[in-house]
Write a protein that binds this ligand. Structure first.
Ligand code: NAD
Ligand code: MG
Length: 407
């Protein structure tokens, strides 16, 4: 081996990809495959889509594959053997945390959707990993615990959500650049402009929103994403969750963040400074940009994303969000202001309501009604540990299910 090869070998990052069978998972695998000299896959995980995971195992050769469901894990194990793969298959929720915290691992991409991602993502944080956070629900439901754990265990938290990644890129660099910093004011930041595409129903009337279907909600104009986040984008709950996410990531208050609808999704968010300067991060709407940014940070690597054609883009439009037609945004802003377990309740009720909408058991405009009722009826506390978060999460899910069944 040459000295360069030895040096490269030493700097190869071992990566665990939680949620490998999903949309962020696929984009992450695409970026990693472009840089075999920099990254090796330690583990890929999925809930039950073992076949898709199996194909990724053959292509990317991770040391471990985790399937949460036992039947899927068995099927994957047999399938991989017949295909001559030496990837070892693990099963169950605990295995997610094991591959997220294993000593060999440098970087964990947290791309499980929903509350299910919290425990393995926290395991990565507590093991002091570089954590690339796509799973915004983990931070929304347990922001205080999560950010304290980041500081306590010296983890590095980097945002994958395109808006938060954009904000991170527009903020000044601190010497010990990790997001557990001191807040924005000392840096001369006046406010954050968090952009929203407005989703597929931006132009529909309140009357038209009554009849929209899951298929229409999942057909996002600019981004191709998993079903849950697609519905969240259509209700604008996604922007509400992102408001809470931004407060935790950047140590800021909701009133320092303004939400702006920008239908082209070319500007991914902006930061305004006290001198009047506004910095924006722009690019094609493709998650491989924030993924490549966070993977390589503070370096830059190729992501496979095409150059932005500014002439073809031609114009950038902006408008205020309409919280009368999209009340989820108001509910989330209220939860952000309330703090404590209010965002936990919001997130849990939303997950249940979105699942019911996808199963056609709940109308689109009833989603915020269920969430609002859960938030009104349940009291909030300041959670001191994970158990308190999980209790609030469970209570909100039970009440949301009850409200949906009792209609
Ligand atoms: P997806 O539905 O396409 O994929 C979800 C992944 O999570 C799959 O691998 C699935 O197997 C796994 N999963 C689901 N339930 C699980 C469980 N109970 N236990 C273990 N694994 C489970 O979702 P996605 O669009 O890739 O989104 C993933 C996360 O990234 C979400 O939190 C989403 O909000 C966030 N995000 C996504 C995008 C995007 O463009 N897709 C953009 C920004 C943020
Ligand atoms: Mg986003």
């Amino acid at each position: 081996m040459t000295t360069d090869q030895v040096r490269n070998q030493a700097s190869v990052q071992q990566v665990t990809l939680l949620g490998a069978s999903g949309s962020i998972g696929a984009s992450t695998l695409d970026v990693l495959a472009r840089h075999p000299d920099r990254y090796r896959l330690y583990a890929l995980t999925a809930h039950r889509q073992w076949r898709k995971l199996g194909e990724s195992c053959l292509r990317h050769r991770p040391r471990y594959a985790v399937v949460v469901e036992a039947a899927g894990a068995e099927a994957l194990s047999a399938w991989l053997k017949t295909h001559g793969s030496d990837t070892r298959v693990l099963c169950g929720e605990d295995a997610l945390s094991e591959v997220a915290s294993a000593p060999e691992v440098d970087t964990v991409m947290a791309a499980i959707v929903g509350a299910a991602g919290l425990v393995p993502t926290l395991a990565a944080v507590e093991a002091g990993k570089k954590v690339l956070l796509a799973n915004k629900e983990a931070l929304v439901m347990a922001g205080g615990l999560f950010t304290r754990a980041v500081a306590q265990h010296g983890a590095t938290l980097l945002p994958i959500d395109s808006e938060h990644n954009a904000i991170f890129q527009c903020l000044p660099r601190h010497p010990d650049d990790c997001l557990a910093g001191e807040g924005l004011r000392q840096s001369g930041v006046r406010r954050i402009l968090l952009t929203a595409s407005g989703g597929p129903f931006r132009a529909l009337s309140a009357r038209e929103l009554l009849d929209v279907t899951p298929e229409q909600a999942c057909a996002h104009p600019n981004w191709s994403m998993g079903q849950k986040i697609s519905v969240d984008s259509a209700t604008l709950m996604n922007k509400g969750l992102e408001l809470i996410e931004a407060c935790w990531l950047f140590h800021t208050r909701p009133d320092q963040i303004e939400i702006v609808v920008h239908p082209q999704s070319v500007i991914h968010s902006m930061v305004e400074y006290v001198d009047g300067s506004v910095l924006a991060q722009m690019g094609n709407p493709d998650m491989r940009t924030p993924i490549a940014h966070a993977l390589a940070w503070p370096d830059r690597i190729e992501s496979g994303v095409a150059s932005l054609d500014v002439i073809a883009t031609a114009r950038l439009d902006f408008e205020a969000p309409d919280t009368a037609r999209f009340p989820c945004l108001k509910l989330a802003a209220e939860a952000a202001r309330q703090g404590g377990t209010a965002p936990t309740l919001l997130n849990a009720a939303n997950e249940i309501a979105v699942a019911a909408f996808l199963e056609r058991r709940l109308g689109f405009t009833e989603i915020p009604v269920v969430i609002g009722t859960v938030m009104e009826r349940l009291s909030t506390t300041e959670p001191h540990d994970l158990e308190m978060v999980q209790t609030a999460d469970r209570q909100a899910r039970e009440l949301a299910r009850h409200l949906i069944d009792a209609r």
